[in-house]
Design a binder for this molecule. Sequence first.
Ligand SMILES: Cc1ncc(COP(=O)(O)O)c(C=O)c1O
Length: 401
Amino acid sequence: MSHFQSVARVPGDPILGLMEAFRADPSPAKLDLGVGVYKDAQGRTPIMAAVKLAEQRLLSSETTKGYTSGHGDAEFGELLLRLVLGQDSPLLAGQRGGQRAGTTQTPGGTGALRLTADFLYHCLPGRGIWLSDPTWPIHETIFAEAGLAVHHYPYVGADNRLDVEGMLAALEQVPSGDVVLLHACCHNPTGFDLSRDDWYRVLDVVRRRELLPLIDFAYQGFGDGLEEDAWAVRLFAAELPELLITSSCSKNFGLYRERTGALIVCAADHDKLLDVRSQLASLARNLWSTPPAHGAAVVAAILGDPVLSLQWQTELDAMRERVLRLRHGLVEALQPFGLAERFAHIAVQRGMFSYTGLSPEQVRRLREESSVYMVGSGRANVAGLDEQRLGELAAAIARVC
Ligand SMILES: Cc1ncc(COP(=O)(O)O)c(C=O)c1O
């Protein structure tokens, strides 16, 4: 008898399938705008120099490979809290023992979302979660598979425009107590972010309807800057007694494979924070026991050293500026084809991704006729573009428009 007889094959992740198809394509003109990693002008995903320096230091200073605690590296936790909430956040400055926010280190932002899902399911039973339509597909599966009822609010309409009115109207109907997942910046997959006015309006609904916000913060520093991107997170932290934030160091430190992230909890007071954290440590014990140490040690070494920190920020600024240049460059390259206005939103969007507005059929033709690979929804990873080949890409787009 075969124990595995009844195990069926499931389709692979469509984005990873796209990567395989790209690798197998012999065309020298091929362009990969699929998977969401930053690439430099040479098409590489580089290790940041500040990370290399921090690693060299760690190599000589590390003294143990013993387990970290359930909440991970404490120094990383404190430094990340300040990076996300701000150096002078009142949540960190309570009287002795009065801190209202705490970090639980997780394997990447994905781990933070998974821990959040288990926390909601076990500790706040019956709460539904509301995701933007569309959202990062893994949001859908993480919360559904943890046992939560998953619902959606409109975000980008069929006209490929941000639908703030639709979003607010839907949030007005969300049952009190439910959880609303918001992207802090660099919305994945669309690239459309809320304006500050929009955030105030969302805050108003969240407060009136007594919803619990969960802010996914996977791209701090990739939108408009480290501080600017944290603006909405800090607004919510200042205005609301309770907030969940999932933070990822994968993109802004380029630590993708080191699985470095955190769940940050803001509670009404220190005592309640300790209650919540006790639950998180217990849930994490069943998921991964203790988190991986290396990436967090690198982040702590960088953020704890003013010279390394400045170097890291300079490198991060250069990455963000490159992506912004590519956005503007592509729109300019579309100008001779009379398509600059139609695709002007690409320069307005932020982060790695752009909902281009291309249809699945146009995406298929781009792949088959010009070896340009992007996700069927028309999502392009702008950070995967080659500055020298924007004209080629614009011509390929023009052929299918
Ligand atoms: C919106 C969003 N949230 C969370 C993550 C998780 O990132 P990681 O688990 O690689 O840190 C990603 C990564 O692509 C993302 O796009």
